[in-house]
Write a protein that binds this ligand. Structure first.
Ligand code: SF4
Ligand code: SF4
Length: 463
């Protein structure tokens, strides 16, 4: 039988190798014999299995059964599907309750929380309308997610309270679960707000960038004073008696990347339940990293991943959410045909009741796709997404990480390519190395029999 190879990538791991099936997101351990046979035969674009010497033929038949080889001509290249946006229910809404902020973070992508507009707060009635829209447009989804966001959302407790009340009322009326989370800079938390958050079981993400020197350099208040002491002073109450996860959202600038490990453990010591670390978006050219800094970022993630692995082998979960999310997806073999949910069931609403395809693109008219009164226009969503995804398809179609990455974050790409005028693909090396690291950790976990642990992670993935 004439066969051709299905796209795959081979990774050396401790005590062997794993083969990653790109389109199906599958991972297989292979022994030395298979690796040798593979290197002998996968240099040929097609091969006649019947002509292969028996010793290798059996191995290649095994690879064919595992879908790394397909009958010639039967191999389908995965095209990006054309989703019918009008048919996709709304599942996540990011509600900008305050386009205003009491901090002046050095890397803010939202121009101090205003998104380049006049400072403005969401009317409580508009907050209620938005939540109703989320539930009404959610089709047969049993659970929807409301993310209360800003600027700094706690500057507008009237709208926060209105949105949460509406979410609870609608949950009862419609029999749907409205999962509510709130992202805050943590400076305005007080006992009343904390009690409200606890009582309503709201998951809270606090933006805190690590130890005081590092955090304060990134996140000063409007008078230039650091915000670390205020935030950590408020944390005790938030963490004590928490009824939902309290996560730290960390953003680090390139010169801070060598301190990733220290940052992570500092935040764990403060009592956070989860820690997610994001390299800063280059909202200014000065925030673009050099090669050495990029290496430090990878080394930092790698060091944390090794610690994660050791803990996992002892059945303990280190709450490093970057890696947890990746391992969970690898375990489920979950592939992506689009990079994220933006526009596909995920929309942001600004303080004027305008819909945007993503919260980070709020304020930019080219990504405004409707209003709460008129609804989000599927044709406008398609137009906005097409403008964000053009130009990269060819590069991505030959990339082994395409079904894990699927083009990367639209906002990051827009920022780099359209606003900074950089060539596409500047972060691809890092992206691929991060996925490779995840695959290596995953392989070691499987090797050490941590299947139950991985199953627990798999359950965390939001479909
Ligand atoms: S790593 Fe780069 S080339 Fe590969 S899929 Fe992602 S954006 Fe595309
Ligand atoms: S475009 Fe980027 S920031 Fe926006 S939802 Fe997608 S991944 Fe997230």
């Amino acid at each position: 039988m004439l066969c051709e190879w299905i796209d795959h990538q081979l990774f050396a791991v401790k005590d062997g190798a794993v083969l990653f099936g790109v389109d199906q997101g599958s991972l297989f351990f292979i022994d030395e014999l298979t690796r040798d046979a593979l290197s002998r035969w996968n240099i040929r674009p097609t091969l006649e299995l019947d002509d292969v010497p028996m010793a290798d033929r059996e191995i290649l038949e095994g690879l064919r059964d595992a879908r790394f080889l397909a009958p010639s001509g039967a191999r389908h290249r995965l095209e990006t599907p054309e989703f019918d946006i009008a048919a996709i229910p709304l599942s996540t809404m990011v509600l900008e309750v305050a386009q205003d902020c009491n901090l002046a973070c050095s890397y803010c992508y939202a121009q101090g929380g205003s998104y380049g507009r006049a400072v403005r707060l969401l009317e409580p009635e508009t907050a209620r309308q938005a939540v109703r829209k989320l539930v009404d447009d959610s089709g047969d989804k049993e659970t929807v997610t409301l993310v209360i966001f800003g600027g700094e959302p706690l500057l507008n407790m009237a709208a926060v309270t209105a949105a949460v009340e509406e979410a609870h009322n609608l949950s009862r009326e419609k029999g749907k679960r409205v999962f509510v989370s709130l992202t805050t800079n943590g400076t305005l938390l007080n006992p009343d707000i904390i009690e409200f958050l606890h009582q309503k079981r709201i998951a809270v993400a606090v933006s805190l960038d690590g130890p005081a020197d590092l955090h304060d350099a990134n996140r000063p208040d409007l008078n230039g004073y650091g915000s670390y002491t205020t935030i950590t002073g408020n944390l005790t109450g938030l963490l004590q008696g928490a009824t939902a996860a309290v996560a730290a959202r960390v953003t680090l600038t390139p010169e801070q990347w060598p301190r990733i490990e220290e940052v992570f453990f500092h935040l764990l010591e403060l009592g956070f339940h989860e820690v997610g670390i994001a390299p800063v978006s280059p909202v200014r050219r000065e925030l673009l990293p050099n090669a050495e800094q990029e290496e430090a970022l990878l080394q930092g993630f790698s060091a944390l991943s090794r610690i994660f692995l050791k803990a996992a082998q002892a059945n303990r979960l280190l709450p490093f959410t970057n890696l947890i999310d990746l391992l969970a997806r690898l375990h489920l073999g979950q592939t992506k045909s689009v990079s994220c949910g933006a526009g596909y069931g995920y929309l942001a609403v600004d303080t004027e009741g305008g819909f945007y395809v993503c919260h980070r693109l709020v304020g930019d008219e080219s990504f405004r796709v409707g209003t709460l009164d008129e609804g989000a226009d599927p044709a406008e969503i398609r137009r906005a997404l097409d403008s964000l995804t053009c130009g990269k398809q060819e590069m991505c179609s030959s990339c082994w990480a395409r079904t894990l990455c699927s083009g990367g974050c639209h906002y990051e790409n827009h920022l780099r390519e359209n606003q900074l005028g950089l060539a596409p693909g500047g972060s691809c090396d890092f992206i691929r190395r991060w996925f490779q690291l995840g695959i290596e950790v995953y392989a070691e976990l499987r090797r050490s029999g941590a299947d139950e642990f991985l199953q627990r992670l798999g359950k965390r993935v939001k479909c």
